[in-house]
Write a protein that binds this ligand. Structure first.
Ligand SMILES: Cc1cc2nc3c(=O)[nH]c(=O)nc-3n(C[C@H](O)[C@H](O)[C@H](O)COP(=O)(O)OP(=O)(O)OC[C@H]3O[C@@H](n4cnc5c(N)ncnc54)[C@H](O)[C@@H]3O)c2cc1C
Length: 276
């Protein structure tokens, strides 16, 4: 390792990024990606930067600091809007991984199987990116642009994730399909946020991961759900034609054909499971 920095202030961290540094948060993706080779790059450890930590609520939404860990998310007093993200948090690795791994690390690593991405897409989350030149916000859907590719520019750090408040009663959920229940890379996962008004779905956001290079929202399904009675009949509104944005691959965990078939069942179970 050439240089290891662990600043406590955000301005120091951003200043450090005027020279190339590999950003290190919980290290749970960082170190596995470097097994068998020496770390010869300069490293910027951001875990001591106070401004990157914690969850706060403001009038129109929540700010999830970049280095919020999965465990911290699970311990935070958040409303049912976050149930889907919290369900995903419970299924990211085991407790040790949840204690160290961060939300922003999951997004910046941009794995097609990152469990945090579908729930945050279904929450219409935005990411806040900072550099010495200033701050910008991007919808998460515009931030992850490919398999392990993001819109992060050289010298930029993800500082927070923002989730807006809803005016209607809102529920959310997450379901993951793996070869076993825990400690497993997803074959497919789905997340949904449903806004309910007078017994009907007023708005729906549904996202599916591990079935394309980037997790996708399903606009055709969302349109089919809008206005539907919020009861068990929801399951009848889901069909394979709504999966158009998904382009799964065959891999060791499952074939493309299996994934497409499984996703219909997964999404149906997820949505029907949200009905009280
Ligand atoms: C045993 C094991 C099990 C796992 N199980 C799961 C699982 O079930 N589901 C799942 O989704 N993931 C899983 N993971 C992957 C990993 O734990 C998560 O993706 C985690 O959230 C990564 O966060 P981190 O803080 O450890 O990221 P790090 O490893 O520190 O960083 C990941 C990448 O993001 C960059 N980065 C981190 N933070 C920032 C920032 N603020 N700004 C800019 N760039 C940044 C780093 O430079 C690096 O490229 C597992 C990993 C292990 C080792």
């Amino acid at each position: 390792m050439a240089d290891y920095l662990r600043p406590t202030r955000l301005d120091e961290a951003l200043q450090a990024l005027s020279r190339p540094h590999a950003v290190l948060a919980g290290g749970t993706d960082f170190y596995p990606a470097r097994v068998g080779r020496a770390i010869d790059e300069d490293v910027l450890d951001i875990t001591a930067v106070a401004q990157l930590r914690g969850i706060s609520e403001c009038a129109d939404g929540w700010r999830l600091g970049a280095t919020t860990t999965w465990s911290e998310l699970l311990e935070a007093p958040l409303p049912p809007l976050f149930d889907g993200l919290r369900q995903a948090a419970r299924e990211v690795g085991g407790r040790q991984i949840q204690n160290a791994g961060t939300l922003a690390g999951n997004l910046c690593n941009a794995s097609p199987a990152a469990d945090g991405v579908p729930p945050l897409l279904a929450l219409d989350a935005e990411v806040e990116l900072a550099s010495p030149a200033g701050v910008r916000r991007l919808p998460l859907a515009a931030f992850i642009i490919g398999n392990r590719r993001t819109a992060l520019r050289a010298g930029e750090l993800m500082v927070a994730i923002h989730v807006r408040k809803r005016t209607r009663a809102t529920l959310s959920g997450f379901l993951k399909l793996g070869a076993r229940r825990y400690l497993v890379i997803s074959i497919a996962m789905a997340a949904a946020t449903l806004e309910i008004e007078r017994g009907r779905i007023a708005a729906a956001q549904v996202a599916v991961g591990a079935c394309s290079a980037v997790a996708h929202r399903l606009p055709l399904l969302e349109a089919a759900l809008a206005g539907a009675p919020f009861d068990q009949r929801l399951g009848n509104r889901i069909d394979s034609a709504q999966l158009a944005p998904l382009t799964p691959i065959d891999d060791v965990r499952g074939s493309a054909e299996y994934r497409l078939d499984a996703v219909v069942t997964l999404v149906r179970r997820l949505l029907v499971g949200l009905v009280p």
